[in-house]
Ligand binder design. Structure first.
Ligand code: FPP
Length: 226
């Protein structure tokens, strides 16, 4: 079965670059090629939602120059990818604490989101300045402000309207969730690969999907009830 929603923690850009005697940012540049390859593959495979953890709230603590490079890369990628979004019917979304992003980047994001809002193919979600705890906190605040209405708490999360991920992939051999989609991953299947993000392309993505297809998801029920 093809997962409807795949989330990816793109890890290992820095190590990939250092292993080659290069600056860390070189790994981020190469990582954008993996973003492109994986988005294309997601379209081909019929995945409906692809979530990419591009920058966490904690990543603001990285050296200023690296943060600046990452933000520059983000703006450049959004600009470069707009024709591909059009061609592939991709709806582009950014989720996160956008008040921390620059005005210029927010403007580019808004333009790309508006331009692709009517697209009905893959929904590509880039998580920028996001953390799972930030999301739960902002949802709790808005939930309380609305007078704790009846209905679902998850409607107040930044991911409201998006189904929970079926599969979460993390590259580079690390086996943790690092404050990504904490609430949303309650029943998500996890897949860890030693491949660094710049090396994670279509073949590796296909392997992750094959592995997912072999799993039995029970959502708390017994095997016999499925
Ligand atoms: C993790 O590697 C990667 C990031 C923090 C940045 C991810 C960003 C991109 C791939 C670039 C652009 C993204 C989009 C969506 C256009 P790391 O630096 O933590 O690597 P390390 O663990 O080896 O240090």
């Amino acid at each position: 079965m093809i997962p409807k929603h795949v989330a990816i923690i793109m890890d290992g850009n820095g190590r990939w670059a250092r292993m080659r005697g290069k600056e860390r940012v070189y790994g981020h540049y190469e990582g954008t090629e993996s973003v492109r390859a994986c988005s294309e593959f997601a379209v081909e495979a019929g995945i409906q939602y692809l979530s990419l953890f591009a920058f966490s709230e904690e990543n603001w603590a990285r050296p200023e120059a690296e943060v600046a490079e990452l933000m520059h890369l983000m703006a450049k990628s959004i600009l470069n990818e707009r024709p591909t979004f059009r061609k592939n019917n991709i709806r582009f979304l950014v989720i996160g604490n956008r008040s921390r992003l620059s005005e210029a980047l927010n403007r580019d994001i808004d333009e790309a989101m508006e331009e692709t809002a009517g697209n009905t193919g893959l929904t590509l979600i880039v998580f920028l300045s996001y953390s799972g705890r930030w999301d739960i906190e902002q949802a709790a605040e808005r939930f309380a402000a609305a007078g704790a209405p009846q209905g679902r708490f998850s409607d107040f999360l930044a991911t409201s309207g998006i189904p929970d991920p079926d599969l979460l992939i993390r590259t580079s051999g690390e086996k943790r969730i690092s404050n990504f989609l904490l609430w949303q991953c309650a029943y998500t299947e996890f897949y860890f690969t030693p491949a660094f993000w710049p090396d994670f392309r279509k073949t590796e993505f296909r392997q992750a999907l094959d592995d997912f297809a072999s799993r039995q998801r029970r959502f708390g029920k017994t095997g016999e009830q499925i």
